[in-house]
Design a binder for this molecule. Structure first.
Ligand code: MLT
Length: 264
């Protein structure tokens, strides 16, 4: 589906009824990253995925970094008539989730932080982002997909489910230039979210694949220690896109978390 909110077009899907869960994808994905979650949770849930600015069917608009992504997400909740949602972000979607918390915390029922981290880019990472911007301008998103795919999925997926790696490669290779350039700006300018962690006072689930090479288990443990009462789930045999690589386990863990919310 497509709507217009916060001054631009937003592509989204909205499936099921129950606790609203808004899913934010990583870099440089689109909302199809969450296909295995939409309408597939055992807990009663209204599952919503959206394309972040410049990806999928969402307009590129002016780029305001992770804050812009967060404001688009809040505007989508307005359009859908949802006051409070569980916000689930993977990697860059997690960075946007921290921004969402800082800017719209009254809209958040609970948080799910998937394969992400609170720390900002190092100087070396920023330099690599600028190199990737040059690469995508020169050779397109296919070159980005070629460069990223090995680190993005775990070794178990590469060995046992090469079709999933192919699906992700296709998704990345189709990412629009404007979206990729804007996201790389958002990634390298994102603030340090470490001080944000101590302010989080809603139920929080942290999920990470044990083979995640981009945001490893140590990053997840650090967030777990800093967010009071948070729950950490390490998914065996998954890399950086744990929801896509081990969907049954991921959905089980997320469903249990959602049920625990309704019991509170
Ligand atoms: C992502 O999956 O969103 C990216 O790997 C995040 C990053 O590069 O920091």
């Amino acid at each position: 589906m497509i709507t217009f909110a916060n001054g631009q077009t937003i592509g989204y899907d909205d499936v099921g009824s129950g606790t609203p869960v808004l899913f934010l994808h990583g870099f440089p994905h689109n909302r199809s990253l969450w296909s295995a979650q939409l309408g597939a949770l055992a807990a009663p849930a209204r599952t919503i995925s959206m394309d972040l600015r410049g990806f999928g069917e969402s307009g590129a608009g002016a780029h305001d970094g992770v804050d812009g992504y967060a404001d688009d997400a809040a505007a989508l909740l307005d359009v859908l008539g949802i006051e409070r949602a569980v916000v689930a972000g993977l990697s860059m979607g997690g960075y946007a989730t921290f921004a969402f918390w800082r800017r719209h915390r009254a809209r958040i029922r609970a948080l799910v932080l998937c394969d992400t981290r609170a720390t900002p880019d190092s100087d070396a990472q920023r330099a690599a982002r600028r190199e990737m911007q040059a690469l995508v301008v020169e050779r397109g998103s296919m070159a980005v997909a070629n460069q990223m795919i090995t680190g993005m999925v775990g070794k178990t997926t590469r060995a046992k489910h090469p079709e999933l790696a192919d699906e992700l490669h296709r998704m990345v290779s189709l990412a629009p230039l404007e979206g990729v350039l804007g996201a790389l700006d958002a990634l390298m300018t994102r603030p340090d979210s470490t001080p944000t962690l101590a302010t989080i006072d809603v139920p929080t689930l942290i999920v990470v694949g044990d083979e995640d090479a981009l945001t490893p288990v140590a990053d997840a443990r650090a967030m777990h220690l800093a967010i009071a009462g948070s729950r950490l789930e390490v998914i065996a045999g998954a890399g950086h896109v744990s929801n896509m690589e081990r969907p049954a386990t991921f959905n089980h863990v997320l469903s249990e978390f959602l049920v625990s919310l309704t019991a509170q």
